[in-house]
Design a protein around this ligand. Structure first.
Ligand SMILES: Cc1cc2nc3c(=O)[nH]c(=O)nc-3n(C[C@H](O)[C@H](O)[C@H](O)COP(=O)(O)OP(=O)(O)OC[C@H]3O[C@@H](n4cnc5c(N)ncnc54)[C@H](O)[C@@H]3O)c2cc1C
Length: 267
């Protein structure tokens, strides 16, 4: 680890000003991704700006029929929140599937979404639910936010403040996790929203993506069999020691079917 300075921000505004004055500084939330990166000397920030305890970044509430979650809310707090469980049970379930108890207690929603690991779980929910990422500067629709492997629409110094999730009619998430890391080898989030069906896939490709052919097929009926013949182009998926592209395509289909099979009954 390179030597660096640690700063505890007193507000989002102060954190933003510090980042503007110190372009080599980096935000620190749960540290579950950033600290291992520093230990491996893969990053060399001048300062860590700790935002994990800022009250304005924490908490869960329903407002105007939408679920709002502060960026520094831990995975554990999302997984166990009665408010999340009532509004979007699939989101609470997804948070409870992330990593292990240590990771869930420290890792945060904002850190995960800002990092946009191609095998992370939250991006599937944010994209699958058509959520809005609210930052220190603007609001970004999920469809515009995720831009490929570890890439997002965030500008230098932009801080995720909260994420607003429209409450779907129903939703479900199914994940085939890597047995060592817990990350998704394939995870599929299916949501029936007011605008239609959305299917978001994580873990299988270079970044989270919508499986639009499946969405079109499911518009005619939300049944697992509806995606039987639907094409998922294996050439676009990841190849590695754990699975071939074809394996991943098969895993995505199986996870999509599992998610569809566990969709709650219509309200
Ligand atoms: C052993 C292990 C297993 C894991 N398993 C899983 C898993 O199964 N599924 C999964 O999804 N994830 C998994 N993770 C990742 C975990 O969810 C992390 O918590 C998450 O990726 C990063 O969140 P964090 O709060 O720790 O962010 P940090 O590590 O503090 O920060 C990550 C990045 O985001 C930036 N950042 C943080 N907060 C903000 C913000 N509010 N606005 C803008 N930028 C910000 C930081 O500057 C940094 O670049 C695992 C991690 C570990 C160590």
């Amino acid at each position: 680890m390179y030597s660096l300075s640690y700063v505890k921000a007193k507000s989002v505004k102060e954190a933003g000003e510090f980042l503007a004055a110190h372009p080599e500084a980096k935000l620190l939330a749960g540290g579950m991704t950033l600290v291992p990166t520093l230990k491996q000397r893969l990053a060399k920030p001048s300062h860590l700006v700790d935002i994990a305890q800022l009250p304005e970044l924490r908490g869960v509430k329903v407002a105007g029929g939408k679920l709002e979650i502060g960026a520094a809310t831990s995975h554990h707090d999302v997984a166990t929140s009665p408010v999340v469980k009532k509004a979007i049970p699939a989101l609470a379930e997804l948070a409870g599937l992330i990593g292990d108890p240590q990771v869930r207690n420290l890792g945060t929603l904002g850190g995960s979404v800002a990092n946009n690991d191609p095998a992370a779980d939250y991006p599937a929910a944010v994209l699958g639910l058509g959520a809005t990422v609210v930052t220190s500067q603007r609001e970004i629709a999920a469809d515009d936010f995720f831009q490929g492997m570890f890439a997002t629409a965030l500008e230098e110094g932009e801080i995720i403040v909260r994420i607003i999730f429209p409450v779907p009619r129903r939703a479900a998430y199914a994940k085939f996790h890597h047995p060592a890391s817990g990350y998704a080898m394939a995870g599929v989030f299916v949501a029936q929203t007011a605008e239609g069906v959305r299917v978001a896939v994580t873990g299988a490709g270079p970044g989270v993506f919508r499986w639009k052919a499946a969405e079109a097929a499911l518009a005619k009926g939300l049944k697992p069999a509806a995606i039987d013949g639907v094409v998922l182009e294996a050439a676009d998926l990841n190849e590695g020691i754990h699975a071939t592209r074809e394996d991943r395509a098969n895993l995505v289909r199986v996870m999509a079917k599992r998610a569809l099979a566990k969709l709650p009954r219509k309200k």
